[in-house]
Design a protein around this ligand. Structure first.
Ligand code: PLP
Length: 384
């Protein structure tokens, strides 16, 4: 199936500077693998950030088909989109209840993740008025200091009889700060704190684990796990091989092959000088497409690479808005030609390699994937 990004008109493949191939079978397979690892805990899916860049609707549909029935988004708008795809799914809004919006959440059947006293009061008042105990999650902070009730606030609430009478606490959750570093002492500390929190509402299902914790911290799996990045093929843990399948493949179109002489420079700022006579493949992907400028190369520092037919093509010089120069000198004749495609992300070059070359993390590469690509979704899905 073929589609544009979430917005903007579709780009015909022959007219596109870059092609994104999104393997929804790999996404579904990654979910099934995490579900097996997490069992008997339920495996939910986080589809915030436009489904980590691959398309919220397509991701939600494929995950629903794989058997996932609980979804997490960051914002209500994302919740509306997930709800349109899966009318029956459970959808939690991680950023909580935005003020004055309880009616919007209720109308769409979204569950706010309540992380402060004002949110709990507002949701309680709304439910009280409707005389309907609508479900919501309660988020308790155990050490990340981002969202969630302070433990003391939570203790005070649970000590008050009837504090949760007006709504239905359907999930009790917290979030780990250092799950990607399994040996970090804060993990054990947060888990111990969360267990104490849980003891105060023992009948409510509990959730703590993101991707990294699902994979590496078995004690954190509890009743429900909330993986995000691992579903999309990203490495949740950097100290070991990534067991997940790649979901995203990025191909960049060669728009020109050119020769340049030893001693000449390539690209803006003339920061890289050629050490030999070279063949350059100029491809039509740049930082406007989410391929970070920080992965460029200079005389002082190597950059990222592309791959064609198993051959590596190092990036030469700065990455510009719309173009990257790649060194094709060592390629046999006829391998890199005008109109051909160079892999920038895929089975040979992981999202995490691209991220490392740009000094960032795979999450940022995925969620920053640009809007100009021709997007092709493998596995038939409905079109949006
Ligand atoms: C984003 C997020 C997740 C998913 O995290 P990954 O590291 O992508 O698996 C889980 N829980 C919360 C609260 C989040 O914000």
């Amino acid at each position: 199936m073929t589609s544009s990004g979430a917005d903007g008109p579709p780009v015909a493949p022959r007219l596109a500077g870059g092609l994104l191939t999104i393997d929804l079978n790999a996404l579904a397979g990654n979910w099934a693998k995490l579900a097996e690892i997490a069992a008997p805990a339920e495996c939910a899916a986080v589809v915030k950030g436009d489904g980590y860049g691959i398309g919220l609707e397509q991701a939600t549909e494929a995950l629903g088909r794989a058997g996932c029935s609980t979804f997490f988004v960051a914002l209500p708008e994302e919740g509306f989109r997930a709800r349109r795809v899966l009318p029956e799914a459970t959808v939690y809004v991680l950023d909580g209840l935005l003020p004055g919006c309880a009616g919007d959440y209720a109308a769409a059947g979204l569950r706010p993740v309540l992380g402060s006293r004002p949110e709990i009061e507002e949701w309680s008042a709304f439910c009280g008025k409707r005389a309907e105990r609508l479900p919501a999650a309660i988020h308790v902070d155990t050490g990340i200091n981002r969202l969630g009730l302070e433990e003391a606030e939570f203790d005070a609430l649970t000590a008050r009889p009837g504090a949760f009478d007006d709504f239905h606490p359907a999930l009790l959750m917290s979030h780990l700060a250092c799950a990607d570093t399994p040996d970090h002492p804060l993990n054990a500390e947060q888990l111990a704190r969360f267990k104490a929190v849980r003891a105060k509402l023992p009948d409510v299902p509990a959730s703590l684990a993101n991707s990294a914790a699902t994979l590496a911290l078995p004690d954190s799996r509890l009743d429900l796990v909330r993986p995000g990045v691992a579903l999309y093929g990203g490495a949740a843990l950097t100290d070991r091989p990534n067991p997940m399948r790649a979901v995203v493949q990025m191909g960049a179109r060669i728009v020109q092959m050119r020769s340049a002489r030893a001693g000449e420079t390539v690209g803006y700022g003339a920061v890289e000088t050629l050490k030999r006579d070279s063949r350059l493949a100029i491809v039509a992907v740049g930082y406007a497409d989410g391929f970070h400028r920080a992965a460029g190369s200079s005389d002082d520092r190597p950059g990222g690479r592309g791959v064609i037919d198993g051959h590596s093509l190092p990036i030469v010089g700065r990455i510009s808005m719309d173009l990257i120069a790649l060194d094709a000198t060592d390629l046999p004749d006829g391998v890199a030609t005008r109109g051909g495609l160079v892999e920038l992300i895929g089975h040979t070059i992981s999202v995490d390699e691209v991220a490392a070359n740009a000094g960032t993390i795979g999450y940022e590469i995925l969620t920053g994937l640009g809007r100009r690509f021709h997007r092709e979704y493998r596995q038939a899905v409905a079109s949006y």
